[in-house]
Design a protein around this ligand. Structure first.
Ligand code: NAD
Length: 498
């Protein structure tokens, strides 16, 4: 990914894609640069529920032929679509950075993960989706993996490309068609990708509409939608589950997390690289990652030394600024409501007597004052039940709390309505023993956040962090129905009188 970036600063215009056609609307919404909100990065269409209905109809009409297209051909279409995405990286990276706020290296990382997963989904599809034929004493049974129909994909703003392509590739390869709705807080780069990818498939296979809850409601209630693939907040998912219940839709839900890092008594606080990994796993993408460590529990025997070394490491690594500053590691928060949410949690913690310690360096005070920037902070002395510990902050602040014995540490980690990811830090065998007792879809040892992610293995949450899995073989099979075709030996009906 060392291509020269093409940082076009003219506002871009993106469209809805319905049945292979660009659809524009008279009214458009704008997306600002969170590092400089006066700068409009681009515009998207203001779609209505009627547009969503048209997109769903197009996807439903395209479904029968696409489902019957041989798997190898579907994979070939997908590989061409991936190639189209790959070619556009020099244009996409700066666009994503400007609309989202994430530093260039971070935007590149998102492209890398998106492409790696889509390539992998193509590589594993023939084996994973192959039909199974079993001969047995009662005759023959064939088990096929059939597509479900129209998939409504609804995605968030924090990783707009990765969390859209995570759905597009498996759904389409498996023979489904799709209507995707990106988040209005980072719609531009993903819309470009979806438009290009859609052009590599027959009309109607991949459609896209813009909007928020209004359009989302159509996608989640329309009887022609068979499956919802949603990534976003747990609260939004409660609405979606209710909307979808009338027509019993299949669902994959990737929701919020309040991931814990459990630091064991044998963690080496003088291991600078491990400490930097921990800091990164709290603050990457300005803390706006579902799978980032959002609360840190440290064994009391090393707590004081830990805090001292953590602050040292954080002050070295955290450099807050514009996505294009050469030294930046952390950009602004993506949007103002998110800033207000994080501020509210910090103010609440302060009012309860917690100590809030600023971390890192502001690269340019003028830039900082203009944008949706926040000074990253460490929160000490919070109570276990305080909102800053219990709620998902999804921003640049993290509480660190001491615990006295391992049982208590494990209980604190598990005492949450969430269970997305988690991490255990310490001597490897010890950490592995503890990891087995953690209630989370993924547990990482001596690392966390995206460093501990491997797209070859399933990803998803326990408890209110979700239903189902993405990535891995399971992430592909989640877009299929099992279809059993039985061919019994005719003429023999055991236990039924003639
Ligand atoms: P959000 O729930 O506010 O929005 C997600 C999407 O849902 C957006 O496209 C939004 O327009 C749409 N939406 C909103 N209301 C809707 C409704 N009533 N019906 C249908 N669609 C509706 O989430 P967000 O703020 O964009 O993203 C942050 C959240 O996403 C955090 O909680 C984070 O943990 C979670 N997340 C989870 C994962 C994961 O894999 N588990 C990954 C990334 C983010």
């Amino acid at each position: 990914m060392q291509e020269e970036l093409q940082n076009v600063t003219e506002p871009v215009v993106v469209h809805a894609i319905i049945n292979g056609e660009r659809v524009d609307t008279e009214k458009r919404y704008s997306r600002e640069n969170p590092a400089n909100p006066e700068e409009i990065v681009g515009y998207g269409p203001v779609n209505t529920r009627e547009d969503a209905v048209r997109a769903i109809d197009a996807a439903a009409a395209a479904f029968p032929a696409w489902a019957q297209t041989p798997l190898r051909e579907r994979i070939a279409h997908m590989r061409r679509a991936i190639a189209r995405f790959r070619e556009a990286i020099p244009e996409l990276v700066p666009l994503l950075s400007r609309e989202h706020g994430k530093p260039v290296y971070d935007a590149q990382g998102e492209m890398f993960v998106s492409l790696a997963w889509m390539d992998y989904a193509c590589d594993i599809a023939e084996e994973a989706l192959a039909e199974k034929v079993e001969q047995h004493e009662n005759g023959k049974t064939i088990i096929t993996r059939d597509p479900m129909g129209v998939v409504a994909a609804i995605t968030p703003w924090n990783y707009p490309l990765a969390l859209s392509t995570i759905k597009i590739a498996p759904a389409l390869i498996a023979g489904n068609t799709m209507v995707l709705k990106p988040s209005p807080f980072a719609p531009l780069a993903v819309s470009k990708v979806v438009e290009w990818m859609a052009s590599e498939f027959p009309a109607g296979v991949l459609n896209m509409v813009h909007g928020d809850a209004d359009v989302g409601v159509e996608l989640t209630t329309n009887p022609k939608v068979a499956k919802i693939a949603f990534t976003g907040g747990t609260k939004t998912a409660t609405h979606i589950m209710k909307s979808a219940s009338d027509t019993i839709k299949n669902m994959t839900l990737e929701l919020g997390g309040n991931d814990a890092a459990l630091v064991l008594s044998d963690f080496d606080v003088n291991d600078e690289r491990a400490m930097r990994r921990l800091v990164i796993s709290n603050f990457l993408t300005t803390g706006q990652i579902c799978m980032i460590a959002k609360r840190v529990y440290v064994h009391r025997s090393i707590y004081d030394a830990f805090v001292e070394k953590y602050i040292e490491a954080a002050n070295k690594w955290i450099r807050v600024g514009d996505a294009f500053h050469p030294d930046v590691t952390i950009g602004p928060v993506n949007n103002l409501p998110q800033v207000r949410h994080v501020e509210r949690l910090i103010e609440d913690a302060k009012s309860r007597g917690a100590q809030v310690i600023p971390l890192g360096r502001i690269l340019d005070e003028n830039v900082f004052a203009k944008g949706y920037f926040m000074q990253p902070t460490l929160v000490l002395g919070a109570g276990h039940d305080d909102p800053i510990v219990v709620e998902e902050q999804f921003g640049p602040t993290v509480p660190v709390l001491p615990y006295d014995d391992e049982e208590e540490g494990i209980q604190l980690v598990n005492n949450s309505i969430y269970g997305l990811t988690s991490s255990v830090w310490g001597e490897e065998e010890h950490a592995l023993r503890v990891a087995r007792r953690i209630e989370a879809g993924t547990t990482m040892i001596n690392t966390a956040a995206v460093q501990g992610l491997d797209i070859r293995y399933p990803f998803g949450g326990f408890k209110q962090s979700g239903i189902g899995r993405e990535y891995g073989v399971e992430g592909l099979l989640g877009y299929t129905e099992l279809h059993v075709i039985n061919v019994p030996k005719v003429g023999e009906l055991p236990n039924i009188p003639e």
